[in-house]
Write a protein that binds this ligand. Sequence first.
Ligand code: C2O
Ligand code: CU
Ligand code: CU
Length: 573
Amino acid sequence: MKHFLLPLFISLILISQSFGQSYNNLWIPDTLIGTNFNLRIVDTFAQIVNTGNQTITGGINGKFWGPTIFVNKGDQIQMNVQNKLKDSVTIHWHGMHLPAVMDGGPHQIIPPNTIWKPYWTIKNEAATYWYHPHLHEMAMEQITKGIGGLLIVRDEKEKALALPRKYGVDDIPLVLTDRDFNSSNQFSIVPYGDSMLTNMTLRAKYDVPAQIVRFRILNAAIERSYNIGFSDGRTFYVITSDGGLLNVPVAKTRYLLHAGERIEILVNFTNQNGTNVDLKAYNSSLGNNIPGGENFVTGPFGNFLGKKDFNILRINVIAPTVNPITTIPNTLATNTYLKASDAQLTRQLTISDSMGFPNILGPNAFLINRKLFNINYNEYNIPLNNTEIWQITSSSIFGHPFHIHDVEFNILSINGVAPDATQAGWKDVVFVPGRTGGTSSVVKFIAKFDDFADPLHPFMYHCHIALHEDEGMMGQFIVTNTTATQNLSPLNNDFNIYPNPAKDRIFIRFNSPNQSAYYIKVIDSSGRTKLMLPQPKLENGIDINSLKTGIYHLLLTNQNNMITGSGTFIKTE
Ligand code: C2O
Ligand code: CU
Ligand code: CU
C-alpha cells in the first residue's frame, strides 16, 4: 500500500465498517479423497479484492491455493504433480515422514510442463499437514502467489473419538496469511501484508452450528505469527500439535501460532444460536522480537497489522446440525514421547545475526551454524535410526520458527523450561525465541530419524519465515544406512526399454538381476524434462500417455550403484 493512499484506505475501512457490509463468506477449499491425486499447478487469477481488478495468483486445480487432500494412515498414495506455471517450482509435503527423494524440497525442481510423481505410505498420525512450494530463493514469491494446500491425515485412533469431522460444517479449515495489494489489486512480494486473508478471503465470516466445532488452523504466512483468541475471551481446547493428537485437550484463551505451525481446536457454541463472536489475532501484546509484534509503519517491513489486534473470522452461530457433537472428550491419545535419555547424541546448532551477508532487504541475514544455505553441502550425515537431541542456541535479536523435514519431534525445553502442554506433543516447527538482553536462547528437541535413508537426497531444516529461508537461513542433512549389506551389483547400469516404439507404457529390463531405479527422468528431443519419477515401481511399467508423439531420452539412476545410464524410445499415437 503506497503511503499517499493511507488516508484514503483508512476512510474506506471506516465507511465499509459503518455500512456493515464488510464481510465476505469464508471460502472452503475443495477436497480430494483417495490414494491417487492429480495436482495441476497453474498461473491464474482470482477476485480477492471485492472491487476492481482480479489478482494474479497461483493455484492448484483452481484459482488460488489448492484442494484439501484427505489421506489415511497406512495407505500408499500417489501424487501426480503437474507444473503448468511459467517457472520451475517444487511441492514439499510439510510434516510428512517420507523418503527424501519424495519430499519436494529444493532439490526436486519441477520444470514447467513436467509431471513429478512421488508416492509414499502414510506413516504420520492423524493431524493437519500442508503442502507448499520450496524452490530456493523463490519460496516467498511462490507462496505469496497462493500456491499450497492442506493435507489431512486420518487414522483409526482419531476416527474412534467423538470429534467433529464434517468438513466445512463442524470441521473447518482456517488457513491464515496476510497480503499486501498494490493499487491495481496485485500482490506485493513482502514479508508482511496489510490485509488479513483467511482461506484467501478478505474480512471473512462464516456460519457455524451451535455445537462443538473443530477448527484446523494453519499459519501459512510469509512471516507473521498470530496470537489467536476469541473476542469474548472464551476458552477453546487445543487437541493437536503439528504432528498428532495431544494426550488430552488443553484449555486456552490465547494461542501464539508461528509460520508453518498447525493446531486443531475445539470450540463450544452449544446454545449460542443467533449470537456472533470474532476469532482474532491479539498481536498488540506481542514483543517486537516476535514476528508481527514489530510496530513498523514504513520501510520494507511496514504494514498495518504490526502490533495490532485484528479480525481473523467473524463467526455467526446458526442452528445445530443433526447428531451434533456436544461434549469435549476428556482424553484423546496415549502418546509415547521421546525422552532425553533415548538420545545417542546431541547436535549443537546456532542461530545468529550477521552483518554483511547478502540479504534481500538489507545488510543483515540470519544464519544457521554461521553460514548461508548451500544446496551442495550437507551439514549432517545422520545414521539411520539415530535418536538425536538438537540443541539450538540463538543469539539472534529476533525469534525464528525452526522447522525440520523428515521427522516429527518432541520439544525437551525452551530456555530451560519444559514446553507447555500444547507444545508437548509431536511437532515439526519450534519457535526459537530471540535473545534476552545479552543472553542467548536455547531450545532443545529430540527426534528419531527412522525408516528412510538416502545417500544422495538431503532433507532440510530452516526458518519457516519464507523471507529468511530464501535469504539462506537453511541447512540440509542426509540420513544414511551404515549397516545395510552392500548389494554386490555390477558396476554398470545396462538396461533396455521395451516395447519400442510404444504407445501407452514402456518397461525397463536390466541386464543384471535384482536391479531397481532410484530415479528416472524422461526428457524430450529439445532437452525439456517431461516426467520425474522418484524410485519408480518398474513392475507396472511407466505410463507415457502424457507425452506427445516423438523421440525421448530416458535417464535412469540405478538404486544399487547410483550410476546413471540413458536410453531412447519413441512414443507413437
Ligand atoms: Cu513447510 Cu521446508 O517447509
Ligand atoms: Cu517441511
Ligand atoms: Cu527466521
